[in-house]
Design a protein around this ligand. Structure first.
Ligand code: SF4
Length: 570
């Protein structure tokens, strides 16, 4: 039995992303206002200035695991801190030009008008990693405890299934599960309220949702995977402040997908491609889709003479309103991407994540004011969401992603109609509405594929290491590091399925959907059959494998704190 330190706090935020950092900072501001009103005799109640607030983060530093496009709608940032620019918020560039391109194999059709949801004029192109680093500094200045290298490994419950905090991961366990000389057991962080803002497919949010059945009344979540590189390109190739979104090449019409190019300062561009993880073709490889995207003549011209600087990959929750789980239970709130707050039509979730955090902060102040941390008080979080601009924005696009599950053409017609009707959809919708991606994947035989050779889907794709890169080269540019002598954080519940059923039926799609070459099928010299090999140290923490495995036998758990990619500046 491991002896663990118990640390008593009042509020613990799990994950230092935009939702939780905005929540923690807003909470501090609200507490200050609350206490000032009490001191002035204008409010009754107890002062809350002594509350202990902590933010734990699995990355080595704040921002290290944060990845986004990103064009930021500053609406929430402005509500949080009206003078965010004066306070040095590192938004890189103001958007001055919008574009929307439809790409065929060789041609580019430039839309004469940018679809209104993709109009970004006046918004900010930014590195979300840098914004989080800055928000983290603001939190520390406000007296919030920030603990990097502390992964949330397990939820803690009392005998009534009430959440009472979170256990952080152990350090110094060797690959066989034995303590090493530097062993440090994880800490039990006890809190009256725990807030999960772990991002897309949060591992604690997954545990909690399953255990308490928080998604029984919502539709299955659907996800997309964004694969991104930062490039430095010759001056004149792509203007600073220019934002272009694309549709078409290289996705097939059954697959949700699209590209982006954002012009930042110093001739750096953010370029990436999103592939819906509800694709049907088992040989689809989202990393290969992105590499192929760059070979389009129009895109290759932008990158010509340039240099790739950094790489990253991350999933996003694409389902929106109908896939939102219940956002509260006794002692716990779920916010940000973990709570499905992303607007898939605008491809934006930073502003909604931050706002969800700020509404959670208001709920937390009320809970401490009433000294009640049960669902009775925390349910007000959902009411606050329903009465905020988050509802107006997300309810109007509630059918957006589901309409793409019927294919691109019907989706374009349907999403156009939804734009006019405020989200009402008819005619082209699939009967089941949102369908979990792993259930939509079809078997190799449906495509007449012979085995798992990816060349069958991508016959012309080559990695020339100038324009296109293989996964290993890209992973190098994500600066991934994990302590090698630790147990794999990728738990495959039944490796026999990998060697047999999955190999025959789907050709082991983990080899393709993982954007970091973590999964390989390797011949076992003794048995002569191909078996799964897991190169866990390559993992960029995108969570795709936890989402997309057709048998749902991959469980992503937190590795030792500090391990993973380093997206600083991405
Ligand atoms: Fe993403 Fe899973 Fe691959 Fe890690 S192992 S990079 S979480 S798909």
């Amino acid at each position: 039995m491991i002896e663990r330190e118990r640390l008593e706090m009042d509020v613990v935020f799990v994950g230092a992303g935009p939702a939780n950092l905005a929540a923690a900072l807003h909470l501090k501001n609200l507490i200050k206002e609350h206490d000032e009103l009490i001191a002035a005799g204008r409010k009754k109640g107890n002062p809350l200035g002594g509350l202990e607030i902590g933010v734990i983060e699995k990355g080595a530093a704040i921002g290290a695991h944060i990845l986004s496009g990103a064009v930021v709608d500053p609406i929430a940032l402005r509500e949080l801190m009206p003078d965010f620019l004066e306070q040095g918020c590192p938004v890189d560039t103001v958007v001055t030009e919008d574009g929307f391109w439809y790409l065929t194999d060789k041609r580019t059709i430039v839309s004469p008008v940018t679809p209104p949801p993709l109009k970004n004029h006046g918004k900010y192109i930014a590195s979300l990693s840098k914004i989080c680093e800055w928000l983290g500094e603001k939190c520390e200045e406000a007296g919030i405890n920030i603990f990097p290298e502390f992964p949330g490994a397990e939820m803690l419950y009392d005998e009534n299934e009430r959440v009472i905090g979170v256990r952080t991961g152990d350090k110094g366990i060797d690959k066989d599960g034995k303590p090493k000389a530097n062993f440090e057991p994880g800490v039990d962080l006890l809190a009256k309220i725990t807030v999960l803002g772990e991002g897309s497919r949060g591992s604690l949010a997954k545990q909690l949702t399953q255990r308490l059945g928080l998604n029984t009344d919502s539709e299955p979540q659907v996800f997309s995977l964004g694969v991104k590189e930062l490039w430095e390109v010759p001056a004149g190739n792509f203007a600073e402040g220019r934002v272009v979104h694309t549709l078409g090449f290289p996705s097939d019409t059954d697959t949700y997908g699209g590209g982006w190019i954002y012009g930042m300062k110093n001739n750096v561009i953010s370029i990436g491609y999103v592939t819906g993880l509800d694709y049907k073709d088992p040989l689809i490889d989202p990393h290969a889709e992105y590499q192929k995207f760059k070979t389009h003549p129009q895109i290759a011209k932008i990158l010509q003479g340039g240099k790739m600087l950094k790489y990253g990959a991350k999933t996003i929750n694409a389902g929106g309103w109908y896939t939102m789980p219940k956002l509260y239970a006794d002692g716990v709130l779920i916010i940000g991407d973990s709570g499905s707050f992303l607007n898939g039509q605008r491809i934006k979730g930073i502003h909604t994540a931050m706002k969800s955090g700020m509404l959670a902060a208001e709920t937390i102040v009320a809970a401490f004011d009433h000294n009640d941390f049960t669902s009775k008080t925390l349910r007000h979080f959902e009411e606050k969401v329903n009465h905020s601009w988050i509802y107006d924005e997300l309810y109007a696009v509630r059918n957006f992603h589901a309409s793409f599950q019927s294919g691109r053409w019907s989706a374009l017609v349907n999403s156009g109609l939804q734009f006019i009707t405020g989200g009402y959809a008819w005619g082209f919708m699939p009967k089941e509405h949102h369908i979990a991606g792993h259930e939509r994947m079809e078997k190799l035989e449906a495509y007449n594929y012979k085995g798992d050779a990816v060349e069958q889907r991508y016959p012309d794709l080559k990695f020339d290491k100038q324009l296109t890169f293989d996964k290993i080269t890209d992973v190098y540019h994500a600066a991934v590091a994990h302590v090698e002598d630790q147990p794999s954080h990728l738990h495959i519940l039944d490796t026999e399925i990998c060697a047999t059923r999955c190999a025959e039926e789907y050709g082991n799609p983990c080899q393709r959907f993982c954007p970091a070459a973590v999964y390989e099928m390797e011949e076992n010299a003794k048995t002569g059959r191909r078996e799964i090999k897991v190169n866990f140290s390559n993992c960029v923490h995108c969570k795709t494998c936890d989402i997309s495995d057709p048998y749902q036998i991959i469980n992503w758990v937190t590795p030792e704190g500090g391990g993973g990619p380093n997206y600083k500046g991405m």
